[in-house]
Ligand binder design. Structure first.
Ligand code: FE2
Ligand code: FE2
Length: 320
């Protein structure tokens, strides 16, 4: 009688049969139909309307902040809009090289895969350009210098040093969260600036295809990994989340500095502490909670590991 062999493989290996929702060819076709040009979103000579808010209240939460006049709520909302442009520019700077690195090892064989991934990277480069152009419009007309965290290269280096599965999960989270941002702008009754609304809409149109490609990337990177390896990748996903959250806290302080300069109002110590806490949570929801709780992100987590899904469900309320 032979002794039992040690278990070298996961008894429940993940196979492609588990995930058949998306494929490269259909994403490629959908991307071609949905493509837009920068000028469609931000025409030559366009200007932001500083009489209106820029972000939906669901993200800005400036209407919910205590002790602000209607004008101050609007100014803080616009500063949040500025931050949105910068933070997206920043995260897309690490998405672009990651997608190229994922495409690079397999350039022959599956033509749809190569074209879809290169299209994904090219669209992210276009988004970086678009966010920069919006940023230039903002700084030209706002009248107050707003400081931002960074530089983007340092943030990208810190994120990209992690396990590729962890980075792919962060990117998947970001792609899906842009949907809830767009939906928030549609549901908002705060009369937000039409250019900003159009930015959220057009960004989501292309991110919708990226989210499918990123789902395929996550599945490929998770395939053949055992539960322990996926748990380690999830640790790193959370580590990246905490790194980004620390940046969001710093950004909250910079936003309030800009608010004081733009309004000429010096916040009292207690007032500033309360507003910092309230706004930091608003930034957390914008960039962390809205991705972590997106049903499609949760579904992908569940497909690679129900334990991973449960773990994120436990920590997500802190970012909502
Ligand atoms: Fe993007
Ligand atoms: Fe994207």
């Amino acid at each position: 009688m032979s002794a039992a062999l040690p278990l070298l493989q996961d008894p429940h290996p993940r196979t492609n049969a588990m995930y058949q929702e998306y494929n490269f060819a259909s994403v490629l076709a959908a991307s071609a139909r949905a493509a837009w040009q920068i000028e469609d979103v931000l025409p030559e000579g366009a200007a932001l309307d500083f009489n209106r808010p820029f972000l939906p209240e669901s993200l800005a939460r400036t209407g919910a902040a205590e002790g602000l006049s209607a004008e101050e709520e609007r100014i803080l909302n616009q500063i949040r809009g500025h931050e949105y442009l910068v933070i997206f520019g920043l995260v897309e700077e690490f998405i672009l090289p990651f997608v190229l690195d994922h495409a690079r090892p397999h350039l022959s064989g599956d033509d749809a895969r190569v074209r879809a991934l290169l299209g994904f990277a090219s669209e992210e480069a276009k988004h970086i350009d678009l966010f920069k152009r919006f940023h230039a419009c903002f700084t030209r007309d706002f009248g107050t210098q707003c400081e931002v965290i960074g530089p983007p290269e340092a943030v990208a280096a810190e994120v990209l040093r992690h396990d590729p599965l962890a980075v792919a999960l962060v990117i998947l989270h970001i792609e899906w969260m842009t949907q809830s941002h767009y939906v928030g702008s549609v549901r908002d009754d705060g009369d937000i600036d039409p250019l900003f609304k159009s930015l959220l809409k057009h960004h989501w149109i292309e991110e919708a295809q990226h989210a499918k490609l990123d789902t395929l990337m996550v599945e490929a990177l998770a395939e053949a990994r055992d539960e322990a390896s996926i748990a380690r990748a999830l640790d790193e996903y959370l580590e990246i989340g905490m790194f980004l959250d620390a940046g969001l806290k710093t950004q909250t302080g910079l936003n309030l500095d800009a608010f004081e300069k733009a309004t000429g109002r010096k916040l009292g110590e207690d007032e500033r502490a309360a507003l910092t806490e309230q706004q930091h949570q608003a930034l957390r929801w914008t960039y962390l909670g809205s991705g972590m709780t997106h049903p499609k992100f949760v579904a992908t987590l569940a497909a690679i590991s129900p334990a991973a899904r449960d773990r994120i469900a436990e920590v997500a309320p802190a970012f909502c």
